[in-house]
Design a protein. Structure first.
Length: 312
């Protein structure tokens, strides 16, 4: 094992302490207002970006910026192969930027878009600097086709959004093998969300992309229950308690908890090497997801620990 992997693994383990943790998130969710929650959060590891007085959308964006900054720092400590894996794991932020860009192109600005800048990817960017300069969906598709994202297949907002997410799963599976089954499970969730649109819910190119991670049997399902029975055996935990599409939020919560649990195991038990930074990224990402959920509950006047645990 090279010195770079040892140093990167040490840094990864240290970064996992830069989080709020389950107990901290419960306390945050119990705050009676967003203002009170931000006052608490601004004194935490998220305080570099989170400020009292921020609107919810801005505060949630700041939580994401904190996570992204940690990934950028970690990538700087890793050998080239490890930095490449972190770049792929961080591609979700490029998807978020592109989602908002597509909203603007369609004339559907989110309330916060003019206030919240796109995520600052730095060297973790794949194609965002070029995507940001596009002025039509067709140009977005052209940029994606010429990049590691690949051809979305159709020139439409929906196709671009789905294609980027399926491409992300494929790229994670290839560049970060410890996260391959997380990517497969995320693909299953994506497919499950498209089922209510009816037969042919995925274009042929997108269906082929999903088949790589889920197998052909899963792609013949017409309901969530059918999909649950046709997933590969190593994914049978994902939709076991989700009978309908209306309850897919339960599967998402299950997914995050699985990612966190296995991420912690990688960080704590693995020798210095590729598993440690991947595990650290998973732990930090789960914490950011939980913090954002807690902020949303504070806007509604706060929630009990039991209520918060049910959803996050």
């Amino acid at each position: 094992m090279t010195a770079g992997w040892v140093a990167g693994s040490v840094r990864a383990r240290a970064l996992t302490r830069r989080r709020l943790g389950s107990a901290g998130c419960r306390a945050l969710a119990a705050e009676p207002s967003l203002e009170a929650a931000l006052a608490r959060l601004s004194t935490s590891p998220y305080g570099h970006e989170v400020r009292p007085g921020q609107p919810l959308a801005v505060a949630e964006h700041a939580v994401g910026e904190t996570l992204l900054w940690h990934l950028r720092v970690l990538a700087g400590w890793l050998p080239a192969g490890g930095a490449g894996a972190l770049r792929v794991l961080a591609a979700g932020f490029e998807i978020a930027n592109t989602d908002e860009h597509l909203r603007r192109l369609a004339g559907r600005d989110s309330d916060a878009y003019g206030v919240v800048a796109p995520y600052r990817l730095g060297r973790l960017a794949t194609a965002w600097p070029r995507l940001a300069r596009t002025t039509t969906v067709a140009e977005v598709a052209d940029v994606l086709q010429a990049s590691a994202w690949g051809d979305p297949g159709e020139v439409s907002e929906r196709a671009v959004r789905l294609a980027m997410r399926l491409s992300w799963a494929r790229r994670v599976a290839g560049a970060a093998p410890p996260a391959r089954h997380w990517a497969a499970a995320a693909t299953a969730l994506l497919v499950a969300r498209t089922l209510p649109t009816g037969p042919g819910h995925l274009a042929p190119d997108l269906e082929r992309a999903a088949t790589v991670l889920l197998g052909p049997s899963a792609m013949t399902a017409l309901t969530v229950r059918e999909l649950a029975g046709r997933l590969p055996r190593h994914l049978d935990w994902l939709l076991a308690d989700v009978p309908t599409a209306d309850e897919l939020w339960r599967a998402e919560t299950t997914w995050w908890r699985r990612v966190e649990s296995e991420g912690f195991a990688m960080v704590l038990r693995s020798a210095p090497g590729p598993e440690v930074p991947v595990g650290a990224a998973a732990v930090l990402a789960t914490d950011a997801w939980r913090v954002r959920a807690a902020l949303e509950m504070s806007v509604r006047g706060g929630a009990s620990a039991e209520a918060f645990d049910a959803v996050a």
